[in-house]
Design a protein around this ligand. Structure first.
Ligand code: MEV
Length: 428
């Protein structure tokens, strides 16, 4: 266990500058690194090297979640997100899981799937038999062009042959290449490997290859997180901890059986995961696609989590989902703020980042379903939402909190009332 604690009491009450200074000290950030977050992140000249037709950049709030302890180590979690209450909620949930000893997390090997579509095969059974017979050469061919990946311990691992006899365009064979991407997200490595492999597959099968691309249903590259919350820590607003634990298990069961609820349940999980994925410069669309397709892997879209009451009345939660993230390549090493976000967490490998993300998803979900199954989501949400309404009405500086407080007290959180209050304030 590290000496550094991610418990940051009173952090939220501090000024922005005080919070930045505390985080900088916590993570040994240089003045330049912390300035990357507080003032001068991605510059237009850097952005121009990332995508096409650049005319500027677009900033989002960068928050830090506290209280995370994962496999015995404390982490501060960088979160880039526009939605109020996400960071506060997850910090609260991480504190609850900390009370039960923190998160336990693990990952599979970082193995991605590349797909090759093969059509016009004269004899499907014979083609598959021939491919089986040529597996060693095929795997060697898949490794031909990325010697660096191979030297780092990654590269081609396995092949799978999936015939689809009946499709709208006739029979097709889908070849899966399992490819260990080590610390890379791996899209480029996998796409290169399947493009290199395709001509050999066409030769062996006598067919014609069409698409050659990775699959975002990265079910060979998953991360799992779990945690136990002592029932006593769940006591809230007149409910006993045992009751709250039961309500949370019931909420999870709702999302297991009903896709309409599962969509929202999983959206809440992704509130946290996306925020960290974005902070680290990873591809959040890939993570979203992986999570939702994995949630539907049994033929019905379901919750990504399991929450149940243990024999001694505590609450146990677990999540498993695909986690195709990297710590080398792409924007992770180009975007200056993403580099600082990585340093803030002290991440040493892609699997470590994947584990952190699974814990983030579990904690965000806990916060949401705990609130939903007790006081309701609006209580905390609207208080924070009121600030955004006040800003939208034109309030600045101190006016924002004053108007937000009044809106919350009146339980009338709308822009018309905010404008009235602002006019009153301005008249004084
Ligand atoms: C809102 O962004 C997320 C929630 O709807 C998630 C959930 O319902 O579990 C609160």
């Amino acid at each position: 266990m590290t000496e550094k604690s991610s418990r940051l009491p009173g952090f939220y009450k501090k000024t922005l500058a005080e919070r930045a200074a505390e985080v900088a000290q916590w993570a040994n950030l240089t003045p330049e690194e912390i300035a990357t977050i507080t003032t001068n992140g991605l510059q237009p000249e850097q952005a121009e090297l990332m995508i096409e037709n650049v005319i500027g950049t677009y900033a989002l709030p960068f928050g830090v979640a506290a209280n995370f302890q994962i496999n015995g180590r404390d982490y501060l979690i960088p979160m880039v997100v526009e939605e109020p209450s996400v960071v506060a909620a997850i910090s609260h949930a991480a504190k609850l899981i900390r009370a039960g000893g923190g998160f336990t997390a693990s990952t599979s090997d970082p193995v991605m799937i590349g797909q090759i579509q093969v059509l016009d095969i004269p004899d499907m059974d014979a083609a598959i038999a021939a491919l089986e017979a040529h597996k060693p050469e095929l795997l060697e061919q898949a490794d031909c062009c990325d010697k660096l990946m191979v030297s780092l311990g990654g590269g081609a691992r396995a092949l799978e042959f999936r015939p689809f006899p009946d499709t709208p365009v006739g029979p097709m064979l889908i070849v899966h290449l399992h490819y260990d991407c080590r610390d890379a997200m791996g899209a480029n490595a996998v796409n290169t490997a399947v493009e290199n492999l395709a001509p050999m597959i066409a030769d062996i099968t006598g067919g014609r290859t069409n698409l050659r691309i990775l699959s975002n249903l990265a079910d060979q590259r998953t991360a799992t997180a779990s945690g136990v919350i002592p029932a006593a820590a769940l006591e809230r607003d007149g409910y006993t901890g045992t009751e709250v634990a039961r309500f949370i298990a019931e909420a999870n069961a709702f999302a297991v059986v009903d896709p309409y609820r599962a969509a929202t349940h999983n959206k809440g999980i992704m509130n946290g995961i996306d925020a960290v994925v974005i902070a680290t410069g990873n591809d959040w669309r890939a993570i979203e696609a992986g999570a939702h397709s994995y949630a539907a892997r049994n033929g019905r879209y379901q919750a990504l989590t399991d929450w149940h009451v243990t024999e001694n009345g505590d609450l146990y939660g677990e999540i498993t989902l695909p986690m195709a993230v990297g710590i080398v390549g792409g924007a992770t090493k180009v975007h200056p703020t993403a580099k600082v976000a990585m340093k803030l967490m002290g991440i040493q490998s892609a699997p470590e980042l994947a584990m952190v993300l699974a814990c983030v998803g579990l904690a965000q979900n806990l916060a949401a379903i705990k609130a939903l199954s007790t006081v309701g989501i609006q209580k905390g949400h609207m208080r924070l939402h009121a600030r955004q309404v006040a800003i939208a009405a034109g309030a600045t500086n101190d006016q924002v909190q004053a108007i937000a407080n009044q809106l919350a007290a009146e339980k009338k959180i709308n822009i018309v009332r905010a404008q009235e209050l602002l006019a009153e304030l301005n008249q004084r």
